[in-house]
Ligand binder design. Sequence first.
Ligand code: NAD
Ligand code: TYD
Length: 337
Amino acid sequence: MKILVTGGAGFIGSSFVRMAVRERWAERIINLDKLTYAGNLDNLRDIGQTARYNFVHADIADTEAVEGIFASEAPDAVIHFAAESHVDRSIHSPAPAIHTNLNGTFTLLEAARKYKVARFVHISTDEVYGSIDPPDEADETYPLRASSPYSASKAGSDLLALSYYTTYKLNVSVTRASNNYGPYQFPEKLIPLMISNALEDKPLPVYGDGQQVRDWLYVEDHCRAIRAVLEKGASGEIYNIGGNCSLPNLEVIRRILKLTGKPETLVTRVADRPGHDRRYALTNQKLNRIIGWEPLMSFDQGLEVTIDWYRENHEWIERVKSGEYRLFYELNYAQRG
Ligand code: NAD
Ligand code: TYD
C-alpha cells in the first residue's frame, strides 16, 4: 500500500512513519509536511535513506502542491495528521489553526475525492467532546462541545471529513485519541515541557489548581491503533483511542519529579488557561470490540522511557527550543504571571 502521510515530521506522524518504515508494511510512504515550528526532519533521522520513503515540503492548504502529489504518487491511502495541535497557541493566535485544521483538511479531502483515493483516515482528538463531568465517558456518539479554537477547528474538520463519506462515499474513518506522550514530542505540551524544565531545574508551571484530568496514551500505542483503523476500520465511522489512564495534571507532574529526582519546590502555580477543559474521558470499547485493539504501555513504564529519551537527547531539545519556541514560551508564561 502507498500511503500519503501529512504532518509526518511532527510528534505522532513521525512515530507512525518510523513504525511503517521499520516494520516494512507500507510499500511506500510520502510525507507531506510544511515544517512549521513543530515539524522537524530530525525526528525521522533514524529511518535513513530508503526508496520506500519520500518527503515533500508543502502546505496541505496549497491545492496545486497537494494535487501534484496525488497525480505523481497516486497514493492508495491518506493518513492525515497535519495540524496546528497546541491549545495555548490557538488561544494566542487562532488563525493558523483555522488555516491548517479547516482549510488544509478541506484541500486534502477535495484532492482525495478528485483522485479517487481508496482510503482516508482523519486523525482527531478527544478534545472535540469538550469537558466531561465524572463519571461520564465519551463514546463516539457523545455530543461535540469543543472549547478552544484548536478543538473547535478539529471538530469542524471531523464533520467535514465525515461529510465526504456521507455525500461522496469517500472511504473516510475518523480517529479521536486522548493526550499522547512519548519521545520527540515538542516541549510545549504538558509532559515534555515538565520533563525538559525539570531536567534543567526550571519552574514547572501548573495552570490553575492542577486538578484538571487528562487520559494519557503512549504514542506507539496510538500509532498501532491508527494502523488497525486504516486496515480494518469502516467507512464513515469514528473510533476513540484512549490510554485507559486518567490522571490529574499535578499527579503526572509529581511522577515526573520522582523519576527525575527533582524537588516538588519546582512546581509553580500560574494563571489558568482561558476556557480550560476540566476533564477529558473517553471509552475505547468500540475499537476494542470491533478491531481488538487495546493500549499496551503502562503509564509508569511509558513515562520512564520518555524521560530517558529526553535525558539522552538534550541536543534535540536545545535545537527545537531555539528562536520561535523561546518567543512563544516567554509570551505564554509572562502573561500567566
Ligand atoms: P505536532 O504539532 O507535533 O505536528 C504537526 C505536524 O504538522 C508538524 O510536522 C507540522 O510541520 C505539520 N503541519 C502543520 N501545519 C501544516 C500545514 N499547513 N501543511 C503541512 N504540514 C503542516 O502534532 P502531533 O501532536 O503530532 O499531532 C498530530 C495529529 O494528532 C493532529 O491532527 C492532532 O490534532 C492529533 N492529536 C494529537 C494529540 C496529542 O496529544 N499530541 C492527541 C490526539 C490527537
Ligand atoms: P496540553 O499538553 O497543552 O494538552 P491539552 O490542553 O491539549 O490537553 O495540556 C495538558 C494539561 O496540562 C492541560 O490541563 C493544561 C495543563 N498544562 C499546565 O498546567 N501547564 C503547562 O505549562 C501546560 C503546557 C499544560
